[in-house]
Design a protein around this ligand. Sequence first.
Ligand code: SAH
Ligand code: SF4
Length: 354
Amino acid sequence: MQDLVGLSNEQLTSLLSEMGEKPFRTKQLWQWIYNKGETDFFKMSSLSKAFQQKLSEKYIISRPEVITEKNSTDGTRKWLFRFADGNEVETVYIPEEDRGAVCLSTQVGCLMGCKFCHTGTQKMLRNLTAGEIVGQFMAARDSYGEWPSPTNETRFLSNVVVMGMGEPLMNYDNLVQAMRILTDGQGIALSKRRVTVSTCGIADKIPNLATDLGVKLAISLHASNDSIRNKIMPINKKYPLEVLIKACHEFQARQQHRQYITMEYVLLKGVNDSLENAKELIQLVKGLEVKFNLIPFNPWENCGFEPTSNNQIHRFARVLEDAYIAAPIRVSRGQDIMAACGQLKSAVKKIQEK
Ligand code: SAH
Ligand code: SF4
């Protein structure tokens, strides 16, 4: 049985044409799958009985299996999803006052090996398919019963951040296909302004993101110079800061609607958190439209790093703000269920060890 979730519009059209169906059927089926969230062909009332039957003989509309669902005291919800081959990833929903973001994973584990990140210590197993990336969102929406996809601005699951397990730009084609499905106006219809892809800095892929997708970009920067970045992020040896920043300029130049880039910055005590570092950052991002996101470090066992004190984080923020750069300090969410940034691996391991 082939899963229809994750096929592009063109792929679905050609599959239906092989079955002898007219192109307008694609639109109908697409809406049932992505707008109404229907998984049973026989409930798709606008399709003929014969067509329902034919579809059900060869195809399925699946979801990842929910292994666990945990709710944090702050409203964050985290799922452990299992795919058909037994691989598992974690997906998190983070509610805000008037909206909410689903944090999607793109790989099982990650090969980038950033020193402060727990996911980075998990040897990668494989890339997720487009269907598995979209499937996480759809399963999250099932969990909130938010079908059909709401058209107003009050939807629960309004935003997507690709900030879960894995490096999205190392799985570029599947990422692009998945984001196109999530933002397709006939289906789930997320606004592109509400989708953010975060990367540790695969510089040669960054400019294309603006033309291929037009979604928002976040860079896991975490250092103000190469000598620090080399120590904590191995990817910096391949794409040093000068190359990365150049790619950001190119990204912004290609954007149809110019938007700020979010620079994520985890503060590590004594490593990257001096006021000198903050001043270096101001120079580094000159000419770019950016906003910083200062992230308090979430420690994990034997990580070798300590979080910066709150006072120092505020002093650091102040230096950036004095240079008119927005630098909000991110409030850590879902820590009690190990759903906060960089914590995603340990929970998987713990569950598997039980
Ligand atoms: N691989 C992509 C997407 C993952 S995003 C990327 O690195 O951008 C996950 C975010 O959490 C990244 O900004 C990452 O640097 C950050 N992070 C990783 N470990 C963390 C930790 N222990 N505490 C706080 N943030 C962490
Ligand atoms: Fe991978 Fe991102 Fe973690 Fe680095 S921070 S190891 S790129 S998930």
